[in-house]
Design a binder for this molecule. Structure first.
Ligand SMILES: C[S@@+](CC[C@H](N)C(=O)[O-])C[C@H]1O[C@@H](n2cnc3c(N)ncnc32)[C@H](O)[C@@H]1O
Length: 245
């Protein structure tokens, strides 16, 4: 089997942020396999791809990856494992016909992405499978650009953390690092705002919703947020000086 699976980052939403290499790979691969988080939902990665190039003549398969917390120290839930295997087998079927497959993921595949779960599952089923990665522009890079806030400079220590995990872990991270990027904040914003306030960090925090998109929204006064923010929201807490005027 000579086919290759390309796991590629498509950036955080603005189709202009796809790399030329990602675009070329999407143009060349006959099959696009895209992740989606609910059975009847749609794929965000695919919607970004659709804005960047015409997909006429491509075979498009949407693969369901349940949105569940993954703790790397324990096995994922059975439902999650089954979904990964089902997705991997679908991709391997196309590759067995000699077709290259591209798997686009939001942002960069190395950051909280299904891409690496798929990669490991495919290799566990078929260790000789050819897989290549193409990096993408991460959401935090896009949030940094939108706000002109550097992520780390000089001797800064950086932490990137999904805000959905335990409050204690979050507190320790906020206390120990210079810049903290909080991802997946949309469902736990109240809790995060309370914690930032308790640690006197509200002044140092900025929330960016839909960075790089038409609807981009930058919020520097987090305590005034009363509405539900979008899933595409990230908070940068930069404790050291140099950015907030
Ligand atoms: C599953 S993670 C994917 C991260 C992605 N692989 C990356 O490299 O940034 C989803 C989280 O990324 C962040 N995100 C993705 N797109 C974003 C955007 N356009 N603006 C702000 N945050 C975004 C949000 O925190 C969201 O909850």
């Amino acid at each position: 089997m000579n086919a290759t699976l390309h796991i590629i980052g498509v950036g955080p939403g603005d189709p202009d942020l796809l790399t030329r290499k990602a675009l070329r790979t999407l143009e060349e691969c006959p099959v696009i396999a895209t992740p989606k988080g609910s059975q009847d939902g749609s794929s965000t990665a695919l919607s970004i791809v659709k804005q960047a190039l015409p997909l006429n003549g491509k075979e498009i398969i949407e693969l369901y990856f349940p949105m569940k917390k993954i703790h790397l120290d324990s096995a994922p839930a059975e439902e999650v494992q089954e979904a990964w295997e089902k997705a991997a087998l679908q991709i391997l079927r196309f590759m067995a016909e000699g077709k290259d497959v591209v798997f686009p993921t939001l942002g960069d595949p190395a950051i909280y992405s299904t891409g690496y779960y798929l990669y490991e599952t495919i290799l566990s089923l078929q260790p000789e499978t050819r897989v290549k990665f193409i990096p993408g522009i991460s959401a935090m890079s896009s949030c940094s650009a939108a706000t002109s806030i550097p992520i780390c400079l000089g001797d800064d220590k950086l932490a990137v953390i999904p805000a959905t995990f335990s409050g204690e872990q979050l507190r320790q991270t906020l206390e120990s690092f210079d810049t903290i990027v909080l991802m997946k904040v949309h469902r736990v914003l109240d809790r995060i705002i309370a914690l930032l306030s308790e640690l006197n960090l509200l002044e140092k925090a900025v929330l960016v919703e839909k960075a790089g998109m038409k609807e981009e929204n930058i919020r520097t006064d987090l305590s005034s947020i009363t509405e539900q923010v979008h899933y595409f929201s990230t908070i940068i807490v930069r404790k050291r000086s140099g950015w907030k005027r």
